[in-house]
Design a protein around this ligand. Structure first.
Ligand code: GUN
Length: 293
């Protein structure tokens, strides 16, 4: 059994990105610039955005953090999005979610120029991804693809069961794993809360990608000997021994399941660290105008 080390992989990739950025700059190119809009003071969002800014520093990117109070109106936020769309110095930007209830997240996402949508949330990027065209792929699915390929995990002709059908993980993951390329070419089954035969489907899977947000949902009796298990769960469970007061709990009962696996990603330290790394990869692509001119 091999543990998929997302933390080490992410660090390695950020190093590679930093080297490429220095090469670009040395040849007179532009340093990639990521802007992030943060609305309000949600603890989780504050941490994510802080880590995104730190990752930009590691990669040698320019970054700009734009903060608003949660009293900002939808129109004011849309005006800032328009300004960033038109700012030639900004290669890519993100609006950290969730947004306050009075602002339509979908409206904001669709207001972002898809050519700068490094989160890959705009319907044009989602659509292009689903038909295999060059585009920004969202952070979590992209991170999982990177882990599969960096670990040389075979996917062609494999039965891949995805637990969860969310727009940000389950659906794009299914789309990517069935695509005609590596990592992909898998036979994909998506299971969710209304799937009657979920456990049986998992028992036949060569690859399980668990993204249902239910702590320790996947147990050893659901896993075939030699399977690859990717855990996307990040449920916060109270833990008074931690300074933060919580710890992250995956969708997979790791201790129970790991002995049966060929590869398994842990929580924390698996998919999680790869998500920011994927955003950095997209920002580098944005700086290089790799997908869109
Ligand atoms: N909130 C949680 N994850 C994400 C993400 O990947 N991008 C944005 N913009 N907001 C998030």
């Amino acid at each position: 059994m091999q543990i998929i080390d997302g933390k080490a992989t992410a660090a390695e990739i950020k190093k590679e990105i930093a080297a490429e950025v220095e090469e670009i700059v040395a040849h007179g190119g532009k340093r990639p610039h990521l802007a992030a809009i943060l609305v309000g003071h949600d603890g989780g969002s504050e941490t994510y955005v802080k880590n995104k800014v730190l990752a930009c520093e590691t990669c040698g990117f320019k970054s700009t953090l734009i903060r608003f109070e949660d009293t900002i109106t939808e129109d004011e936020l849309l005006a800032k999005v328009k300004e960033l769309n038109e700012d030639d110095d900004v290669d890519g930007f993100i609006v950290q979610l969730p947004l306050p209830k009075h602002i339509s997240e979908q409206k904001v996402i669709e207001a972002i120029d898809y050519k700068k949508d490094v989160d890959g949330f705009h319907p044009i990027n989602v659509g292009r991804m689903s038909i295999g065209l060059p585009c920004y792929i969202s952070a979590t699915p992209n991170g999982i693809l990177t882990l599969l390929s960096r670990y040389g995990i075979e996917t062609k002709g494999k039965k891949c069961v995805i637990l969860g059908r969310s727009n940000i993980v389950g659906k794009p993951m299914a789309s990517l794993m069935m695509q005609k390329r590596y990592p992909g070419d898998a036979t994909v089954t998506v299971c969710h809360s209304h799937s009657p035969n979920l456990k049986e489907e998992c028992r036949h899977a060569d690859i399980i990608i668990a993204a249902i947000g239910s702590p320790h949902f996947v147990t050893a009796d659901m896993v075939k000997e030699g399977a690859v298990v990717i855990d996307v769960g990040t449920t916060r469970v109270p833990d008074p021994t931690r300074k933060s007061g919580f710890r992250l709990c995956g969708d997979v009962n790791f201790n129970d399941v790991a002995p049966k696996c060929s590869f398994i990603s842990p929580v924390p330290g698996g998919v999680g660290p790869m998500t920011i790394c994927s955003l950095m990869k997209n920002t580098l692509s944005a700086g290089k105008k790799e997908f869109y001119k």
